[in-house]
Unconditional design. Structure first.
Length: 291
């Protein structure tokens, strides 16, 4: 690998009145079609090696962002319901947004350090031509969720299409934003009081109601714990896990077992009827596959 170029950048807005220092190492391989940022805690050396191995194989240059340790961030009453991991995750992504907003290139790709890529990932990234002026996020990963999409795609690149996403789809493991959008995020961050994937990808609960999300289909990225074949997983457990506020609160409410079973058995019928109705209005229900 090439030499390291240390960057020190102060984040103006944070979870508290104290500033959070954002640090990134520039790791040179080859010139990329856009700037790529890998968020990685200092202690997780093996996870960085995994990301470096993959990105090098795809001939992609990247910068490592030293992730914020949420346990070291002063408490904030606005986010008291969030776990330390969620707060650290939010502030780490904010570091990426600041770097993107200040960069020369029009777009930046943000990656968490437990991502798997499709075989054509490098070629896909180098083939993309995206609108630098639109307030939007291009979501590249999947949680194997059933989501509602606009039926007509907005972008077509290689064998993939990007559709407008109309319903929630969790995860912030892999997404692209332009400089304008990154700057808007930094302006809004003091208003964020939910986990970052809710603030970006849940149209009901997020702060920014006018944000457009494009879901790439099939998704070229997936988090390690969702990889279908166990032998292909790298045992990269989530650094948030059960510390997520929605998991903690939802788990506390799981008392009505019968209701959950009934919903599960009726879901197939409901999904088919709902999908037929969506199709008539130019939308569709789709389970987002990886590959």
């Amino acid at each position: 690998m090439g030499g390291l170029n240390q960057l020190g950048i102060a984040l103006i807005s944070s979870a508290s009145s104290a500033d959070v220092e954002c640090k990134a190492d520039h790791l040179n391989y080859e010139e990329s079609a856009l700037d790529i940022y890998v968020i990685n805690l200092d202690k997780d050396v093996h996870r960085l090696r995994w990301m470096e191995q993959q990105l090098t194989a795809h001939k992609l240059d990247y910068r490592r962002i030293a992730a914020v340790d949420g346990t070291q961030v002063p408490s904030d009453p606005r986010r008291s319901h969030l776990g330390a991991g969620e707060i650290g995750c939010l502030l780490s992504h904010a570091c990426a947004w600041r770097l993107i907003a200040q960069a020369k290139d029009e777009h930046g790709l943000v990656l968490e350090d437990d991502i798997h890529f499709s075989n054509d990932f490098g070629a896909l990234i180098r083939s993309m031509s995206l609108d630098p002026a639109e307030f939007c996020v291009h979501k590249l990963e999947t949680f194997h969720a059933n989501v509602t999409l606009a039926r007509k795609p907005t972008y077509n690149v290689r064998n993939r299409r990007a559709h407008k996403l109309e319903t929630n789809h969790g995860g912030t493991g892999a997404y692209i934003v332009n400089k304008k959008t990154a700057s808007h995020f930094l302006n809004y961050i003091d208003l964020f009081d939910e986990a970052i994937d809710i603030e970006l990808f849940d149209p009901v609960r997020r702060t920014m109601k006018n944000l457009t999300i494009y879901q790439w289909v099939p998704a070229p990225c997936i988090q390690d714990f969702l990889v279908g074949e166990p032998r292909n997983r790298r045992s990269l457990a989530s650094n948030i896990g059960i510390d997520r506020s929605d998991v903690r609160f939802y788990s506390a409410k799981r008392s009505q077992k019968l209701e959950m079973v009934l919903k599960s058995r009726l879901r197939t019928v409901y999904t088919k009827l709902y999908s037929a109705w969506l199709w008539q209005s130019g939308r569709m229900r789709r389970k987002i596959a990886f590959g």
